[in-house]
Design a protein around this ligand. Structure first.
Ligand SMILES: Nc1ncnc2c1ncn2[C@@H]1O[C@H](COP(=O)(O)OP(=O)(O)O)[C@@H](O)[C@H]1O
Ligand SMILES: CC(=O)N[C@@H](CCC(=O)OP(=O)(O)O)C(=O)O
Length: 276
């Protein structure tokens, strides 16, 4: 525990890891325990599947391109409602019920995170012509002002952050939660960034958990296809966060009880530790 005394641990709680309310309670308890043990936890949550369900109920079509949700005007309204309104307050209430004092914010609050519209290009494999993919109101963090988080963390509060933010003109943008967590952890020079997902960590070709990975090894596993699909942007975010000064990033299973405590307070941790 002394290893983490007075350090920052960012916990990214993914929408796929949130299914079971019993497990969610243990995550809230873990985060509260961290704070009580002298660590500064910061929670960044996702909620992709929950946004998908709400859009379906409202009859709004939704599609993903390159792992990101195409976000038009009606969609951004739903994204903000589900993430900053619904899920954010559920997590705040769960932490408070465990005896913690959580404060739920999104990137807009205190101008904490300013984004720019994401500019992504894809190269047509046949013509080799690059074209811009317009994903609508999808943003990437350009500036993180850590004062707001520092202020809360110095007190007895636990910040719980929804990945919604505004650009300089005040327009609302949807940010991938992994990207948002990476930017927050980088700005805070966090000791650990934990990604709670629905697999035990990064798995090798035989489906066996890889306990530790260097940046170079992770890049090689992406190149040979062992790491694919949703794990590619996640590992890429890990590498970016390490480059920004985060000491270690862990990808671990958030669908088992007490995932955070298992990782932080046991000798070998529970998931895949990626370091420089
Ligand atoms: N080598 C790998 N090890 C583990 N998971 C992998 C690997 N390659 C691809 N994946 C996939 O990545 C998924 C996790 O990414 P994603 O679904 O984006 O997570 P989340 O919704 O928690 O952000 C896993 O469920 C798995 O299907
Ligand atoms: C731009 C973009 O794709 N944003 C995501 C934000 C939520 C998210 O990332 O949640 P998970 O961590 O549960 O996947 C979305 O709209 O689904």
């Amino acid at each position: 525990m002394q290893r983490y005394d007075d350090t920052t641990v960012v916990v990214k709680y993914g929408g796929h890891a949130m299914g079971d309310p019993e497990i969610s309670r243990t995550v809230a308890r873990d985060v509260t325990l961290l704070k009580q043990a002298g660590v500064n936890p910061v929670v960044v949550h996702g909620g992709g599947p929950q946004i998908g369900k709400m859009l379906e109920r409202l009859g709004i079509q939704s599609e993903f391109r390159e792992g990101l949700r195409v976000t038009d005007e009606p969609t951004i309204a739903v994204v903000e409602m589900v993430l900053a309104g619904g899920i954010n307050k559920e997590i705040v209430a769960a932490i408070n019920a465990e005896g913690g004092r959580a404060i739920g914010l999104c990137g807009k609050d205190g101008n904490m995170v300013t984004v720019e519209k994401l500019k992504r290009t894809v190269r047509d494999p046949e013509s080799a012509i690059e074209r811009i993919v317009d994903l609508g109101f999808v943003g990437e963090p350009k500036k993180v002002r850590r004062e707001v988080i520092d202020l809360l963390a110095r007190g007895e509060f636990i910040p719980v952050l929804a990945p919604v933010a505004a650009d300089e003109a005040g327009a609302t943008y949807n940010v991938n939660a992994d990207t948002f967590a990476g930017a927050i952890a980088g700005a805070l020079s966090a000791k650990r960034l934990l990604f709670l997902t629905d697999v035990p960590g990064v798995l090798d070709k035989n489906g066996k958990l890889i306990r530790e990975l260097s940046e170079a090894e992770a890049k090689a596993l992406i190149a040979d296809g062992t790491i694919h699909g949703g794990m590619i942007p996640k590992v890429q975010t890990c590498i970016d966060a390490l480059d920004q000064g985060v000491e270690g990033v862990v990808i671990l299973n958030g669908t088992v009880p007490h995932p955070v405590i298992l990782e932080i307070f046991t000798e070998h941790g529970a998931g895949t530790l990626i370091t420089r």
